[in-house]
Design a protein around this ligand. Structure first.
Ligand SMILES: [Zn+2]
Length: 271
């Protein structure tokens, strides 16, 4: 069994915002490193559950920002980790194909979600027929590959979105969002214990959890962090059932920060 673990940092227990503003540089860096340690522990809990559920291959995608958030020298030695510049590879979730299940750790709510922690970005499907957070977008891409998303972790607000779209998947609510800047979190040991149990259960039930598929044709848009209208043009209507992944690729390629197939500043040319 091959298990793919998609990760972000904002949904980790103990995380509220990216850094303590107006403090010294040292405190900002120290705060970030604390968050990295919390994320690493939660990912390790999911990796351990995957191997205990019978996985013989586990791939972790360090998918937040720089792609250097997980302290991989502290990661379970049985897994491999994708790191580095997010979205610069062949697609958003490299090496996903052929996986038997997906786990998602540290998910956050979509832009505009009231009282959620660091709610940002919102994918618009077919001019507003549906909206996806980054996490459920990952599930839809996995669905295109026939891979079921069986467990997610994050705050209670993003967990509601997942439950609404994929009712049979396991949700590990590691914190209750009280405002965009305040949460009531489980302490790390309890959060990791919950993620372990839910991941194990989700993987055991993976054949009962259908892949999350969005049928075509599809157009995509993206709302920014402030829930403003898509700053980029909608592109790529796809008429086949395998729609989201291809439309996402077309969309991402149009993004100024994701120059697929283009020359990078250091002169590197993607194949
Ligand atoms: Zn993130």
């Amino acid at each position: 069994m091959k298990v793919y673990i998609q990760t972000d940092i904002e949904g980790v227990a103990g995380f509220c915002f990216f850094e303590q503003r107006r403090r010294s540089e040292y405190e900002v860096i120290e705060h970030r490193h604390r968050m990295y340690r919390l994320l690493t522990a939660e990912v390790n809990a999911a990796v351990r559950a995957a191997f205990d559920a019978g996985a013989d291959e586990v791939i972790v995608n360090d998918s937040h920002g720089s792609g250097y958030n997980i302290l991989f020298e502290e990661l379970d030695s049985r897994c491999r980790i994708i790191h580095g510049r997010n979205c610069s590879g062949p697609h958003w979730l490299p090496l996903l194909e052929g996986s038997d299940a997906m786990l998602l750790v540290g998910m956050h709510a979509m832009a505009g979600t009231p009282r959620a922690i660091t709610a940002h970005s919102k994918w618009e499907i077919n001019n507003g027929k549906m909206y996806l957070s980054e996490g459920t977008m990952a599930c839809a891409i996995a669905g295109d590959f026939g891979v079921p998303a069986v467990m997610m972790s994050g705050d209670d607000k993003v967990a509601s979105e997942f439950r609404e779209k994929i009712p049979s998947m396991e949700t590990a609510v590691v914190k209750e969002a009280l405002s965009p800047y305040q949460a009531c979190s489980l302490v790390p040991a309890a959060a990791c214990g919950l993620i372990y149990q839910k991941a194990l259960k989700g993987l055991e039930r993976r054949k009962e959890i259908p892949p999350f598929k969005i049928s075509g044709p599809v157009t995509l848009g993206l709302f920014d962090s402030d829930n403003h209208a898509p700053p980029f043009q909608l592109i790529g209507e796809r008429k086949t059932a395998e729609t989201i992944n291809q439309a996402f690729l077309d969309y991402e390629r149009a993004m100024p920060w994701c120059p697929f197939d283009q020359e990078m500043v250091d002169g590197f040319q993607y194949p």
